[in-house]
Design a protein around this ligand. Structure first.
Ligand code: NAX
Ligand code: K
Length: 217
């Protein structure tokens, strides 16, 4: 029987398969993720909107930084909440690019749209104080909140004690952990460019990305 959503473990395997068998690099997938995230933010934004994108030292942060670059390129005001030093090669390159494109480091006085690209599927709980502080500021603000892939602070049973997302844009396939989020949170799935054969191999139904690469669930 085909499933419609995946455990995080199964998704990590699917991802590994796409990289190993199809030479689909993380950087390529990150570019796809970041573009769709930027589209979702831009749908919500006006040209005067202030967007803050929170990033950690991993590929979730890397996707957020691609979105920052795309949004800055389109003329939006983009700030980066860089919570920990960005030391890994790919996120570091994405940070350099985003800054060159005009994104600024720091949390502005007011934010209209706050993006959680702090941590994704490799997050471990409890969170460090630095992440907890940023989440507190985001939740206390009047910003519209969007999480990339899975919200930071989500527990194994889907309970959310972290970033209080209004929207979640998950990658490639729906994740079971998201099914237990409070109702009212809008969930989207974005295309990473993973081929249908990989979905078939993992017995998961592929969302129909042929007409639209950002699908509301
Ligand atoms: N095909 C893919 O898998 C893609 C994944 N992307 C994103 O990459 C994410 C996974 O990336 P990563 O595996 O690099 O990891 P994350 O970005 O989830 O986390 C980054 C690092 O933070 C550290 N960390 C975990 N818990 C912490 C804590 N409590 N306090 C401080 N540091 C902590 C870990 O060392 C982890 O490696 C996905 O959720 C997804 O958003 C996309 O960027 C692109 C494509
Ligand atoms: K996230």
């Amino acid at each position: 029987m085909q499933v419609t959503s995946l455990s995080l473990e199964a998704f990590k395997e699917m991802d590994y398969w796409a990289v190993e068998k199809y030479k689909l690099s993380i950087e390529l997938m990150m570019e796809n993720a970041g573009l769709q995230l930027a589209r979702l933010v831009a749908k919500k934004a006006t040209q005067s909107s202030v967007v803050t994108i929170g990033v950690g030292n991993g590929n979730n942060g890397g996707g957020g930084l691609v979105a920052a670059r795309r949004l800055a390129a389109w003329g939006f005001k983009v700030y980066l909440d860089v919570v920990v030093p960005i030391t890994k090669d790919l996120p570091k390159t994405q940070l350099e690019r985003a800054l060159l494109f005009g994104a600024k480091e720091g949390i502005p006085e007011t934010t209209d749209i706050w993006v959680d690209a702090y941590l994704g599927f490799s997050q471990r709980l409890p969170l460090s104080d630095a992440f907890a502080k940023s989440i507190g500021l985001a939740n206390a603000s009047s910003a519209f909140r969007i999480s990339l892939d899975i919200p930071i602070g989500i527990s194994k049973n889907g309970e959310l004690s972290g970033f209080e997302a209004d929207q979640v844009m998950t990658l490639a396939a729906p994740k079971t952990i998201l099914e237990q989020l409070p109702s009212g949170i809008e969930v989207f799935v974005a295309d990473l460019g993973i081929p249908k054969a990989v979905y078939r191999h993992f017995n998961v139904e592929m969302p129909d990305f042929s007409k639209n690469q950002l699908i509301a669930l």
